[in-house]
Design a protein around this ligand. Structure first.
Ligand SMILES: Nc1ncnc2c1ncn2[C@@H]1O[C@H](COP(=O)(O)OP(=O)(O)OP(=O)(O)O)[C@@H](O)[C@H]1O
Ligand SMILES: [Mg+2]
Length: 339
């Protein structure tokens, strides 16, 4: 007997700039990997791409790809810019998640798309999915999927405000009763936070460190209780190996200014909401998700700026894909917000 019944080959997909998450309506999260591929540098435009590595192993090679190989990120600012790399990436992730051959036969997908994506960007995503042999692809705005995946009802008559801080972009969206009330985005998110820490290390400690090392330091700030972290890199002047100690407080302070852009788009969105919706948000608070929301102190920073409660989603990195998969059970949500 087929334990997944009619839902075999149904997937909720969050194609993020930094990470791609795939969720099956019954099996739960089946893939959570960096959105990176390593391809042969010889691949010409319009030629079928064959990835050498996909996801985690590809990311591990970033910054150290040998000659003849290139690391490709198929998404920029949450959308596919190159049809062929988008197609190749979707084919590769479907191959990883489809356990049985029948799941590969024209699977169905509900794919998250930034609320601010335009018609052309949506079309490219649908086209890439079609070329990747997805039988039927529907789109759902990522903030709506993330809200649904975190237990909110996007069809209810109370207004909600959600903040999604991803790798490349932060998006703030207000919605109510099946419709979007306001949406803003900015290009300041997780990657920019990493960059801020990178600059700080170079300026204040005269040390150069690789991209992966800085990102790792940023992630460690969350768990490092009042301590310090040892950082290995190269002396910015002499190029010799160098080791320093970075206090977590320093790291937090170095990253903090990047949150200013996010505060501004929240303010702009709140201004656009009708008064009744603002009072719902003041009472219920803001829901934050996306990896950037995990930065230590992110919730209190927003609470201090706006005087309203901020709730970090229970699963900030996977709730968009989980919500997209839930949409198979709530087709009204796709009908109301999709397209
Ligand atoms: N504990 C953490 N502390 C700080 N930042 C974190 C943490 N965990 C993940 N991040 C950051 O979150 C970002 C990735 O978040 P996420 O996976 O939500 O992005 P994405 O959905 O791929 O991107 P986008 O939504 O922009 O397309 C990265 O910049 C990563 O460094
Ligand atoms: Mg995202």
């Amino acid at each position: 007997m087929d334990p997944w019944g009619h839902l075999a080959g149904h997937f909720g997909i969050d194609l993020g700039t930094a990470n791609t998450v795939v969720c099956h309506p019954v099996r739960g999260v089946v893939l959570n990997e960096p959105s990176v591929m390593v391809v042969s540098s010889g691949t010409k435009r319009n030629q079928t791409m064959k990835p050498l590595l996909v996801g985690r192993p590809a990311r591990e090679l970033m910054g150290r790809t040998p000659l003849g190989m290139t690391a490709v990120r198929p998404l920029h600012d949450g959308v596919i810019t190159d049809l062929e790399s988008g197609r190749t990436f979707i084919v590769a992730i479907l191959r990883k998640v489809a356990l049985k051959p029948m799941e590969r036969v024209r699977p169905r997908a509900i794919i998250g798309v930034p609320a601010g994506a335009n018609a052309a960007e949506r079309r490219v995503l649908i086209e890439a999915a079609g070329k990747a042999t997805i039988g039927r692809a529907s789109l759902i705005p990522e903030p709506i999927a993330g809200a649904l995946g975190s237990g909110l009802n996007p069809l209810g008559n109370r207004a909600h405000l959600v903040v999604d801080v991803g790798g490349g972009t932060a998006e703030v969206t207000g919605f109510c009763f099946g419709g979007i009330l306001a949406s803003r985005s900015c290009r300041v998110a997780g990657d920019e936070m990493t960059l801020a820490l990178h600059h700080y290390l170079r300026q204040e400690h005269q040390i150069l460190v690789g991209e992966l090392t800085v990102e790792d330091l940023k992630l460690r700030v969350r768990d490092e209780q009042g301590g310090a972290m040892v950082v290995d890199g190269l002396d910015a002047g002499s190029g010799r190996p160098k080791q320093i100690t970075l206090r977590t407080e320093e790291a937090i302070e170095a990253i903090r200014p990047t949150s200013e852009g996010i505060v501004q788009i929240i303010a702009a969105c709140l201004e656009e909401l009708p008064p009744q919706a603002v009072s719902d948000v003041m009472q219920d608070g803001v829901l934050a998700f996306g990896g950037g929301s995990l930065l230590r102190g992110f919730d209190t920073l927003l609470e201090d700026a706006f005087g309203l409660p901020v709730h970090i989603a229970a699963r900030p990195l996977t709730c968009v894909a989980e919500g997209a998969a839930l949409c198979f059970d709530y087709p009204d949500v796709v009908r109301a917000y999709g397209g």
